[in-house]
Design a protein around this ligand. Sequence first.
Ligand SMILES: NC(=O)c1ccc[n+]([C@@H]2O[C@H](COP(=O)([O-])OP(=O)(O)OC[C@H]3O[C@@H](n4cnc5c(N)ncnc54)[C@H](O)[C@@H]3O)[C@@H](O)[C@H]2O)c1
Length: 504
Amino acid sequence: MTALDLSSPVAVVGTGTMGQGIAQVALTAGHPVRLYDAVPGRAREAAEGIVARLDRLVAKERLTAADRDAARDRLLPADDLTGLADCALVVEAVLERLDVKQELFGALEDVVSDDCLLATNTSSLSVTAVGGALRVPGRLVGLHFFNPAPLLPLVEVVSGFATDVACATRAYETARAWGRTPVACADTPGFVVNRIARPFYAEAFTVYECQGADPATIDAVLRESGGFRMGAFELTDLIGQDINESVTRSVWQAFFQDVRFTPSLAQRRLVESGRLGRKSGRGWYDYADGAERPEPHTAEPAEPPAYVVAEGGLGPASDLLALIREAGIQVRVEDEDHGTRLVLPSGGRLALADGRTSVEHRDVVYFDLSPDYRGATRIALSHSRDTSARTVAEATGLFQALGKKVSVIGDVPGMIVARTVARIIDLAYDAVAKGVATEEDIDTAMRLGVNYPLGPFEWSRRLGRGWAGSLLEGLHERDRSGRYAPSLALYRHACATGKREDTP
Ligand SMILES: NC(=O)c1ccc[n+]([C@@H]2O[C@H](COP(=O)([O-])OP(=O)(O)OC[C@H]3O[C@@H](n4cnc5c(N)ncnc54)[C@H](O)[C@@H]3O)[C@@H](O)[C@H]2O)c1
């Protein structure tokens, strides 16, 4: 099954933010495009808006004037649905309400031919439910674009329970022909991106809720140590707290209140107070003119230790050993293959976050995960009240000697980046096991859809098979809600290397 012929007209119904973006993509790919909106005059305004954007592309020399003129001639607002009768594909981007979408598709079926492909851009409804009442339900597919559609290439191509394979394939190939990067996925809550990204927000909010650190510090650690483009607090301020929370709530509800997706009470209160983020002038941060952005907590300079003893090769943090040597600090390695700890001259230990709290040990400082210790500019440390001041100072001085800022946070098991990444990896394995998408497509979706520095499977390969499962086991032992219980899929993955027992 191939992509739609470029001579086939494509309709976009609902010409708000997404509809206009999707129409622009289909139009610049070469299709005749029809626009329809329930509010009279809005489709015409949308057409003008799209042409104005094409004008800007011409000014930037990214589109020729001739191509802009041809595109303008192919763009046609329609006064009612009958104007869409000759379309080969209708993409719906109307209000996010099941009854509205069902009614629209019902009306469309009376107008278009039986082989017209129907697509919904819903981000949170079940594609199966949207197409449930159709006379020919097999032709409805989810085409989930991201905002702004002309700039973000990812499109989740969602097959509902009744979607014909041929229709999904045609939608997939058409998205590809439009210069997009499609990923195929099953119709499950949140599809790929909005499902697997939930812990990015939830774990940051959890660390905040348990007084582990303030938003500015958590954001700085996610960016400067985790390699994420933005921290969870600043990103949700940009998205809108109400929008972000409603996605979380809808995924949680759609999974029958699965504890792994439980929304955040702190975010609920923020929404209730009207602090919706940038658009309302205040969210986690204050955006009023002249308001000062809070600084992350950064430790004062401390003396680095003269030497460290590495008990093991430091596992996923092994790059640190070279960095420590380069900083002129002597490293004695005691057990090359096992362990992820450094012994400091104080006798205390510095260990990579492992899902336990520091108070469980005699004299330990935990450090957080980074996918790139060389490039990281900040590292979070945590310790208990019982950790000696000398151990904390030596741990702080050590990372500062490597050129990192240090944020000392509360004694939170799994720290910030490590718990976030472990949960993202877990949900990714779970999604593959449940047939949501392939490993490769999930990595692509998370890199393109939410700009993650690495896809969850790339991350998992770097961290080693057992890493995420073992960190989550640690968290699960300390929080029996089930939120951190590793999925069967992750457990199987860990067992495939070494965790096996000989006899049942
Ligand atoms: N905004 C995003 O970031 C984003 C991203 C991906 C998907 N989506 C999804 O795309 C859809 C549209 O979102 P949006 O942000 O563009 O909304 P929007 O409010 O900007 O636009 C919706 C448009 O649909 C029109 N409309 C409403 N009911 C209609 C009907 N029955 N028939 C025809 N037109 C109708 C409205 O007049 C409006 O112009 C929603 O399903 C949303 O969940 C949004």
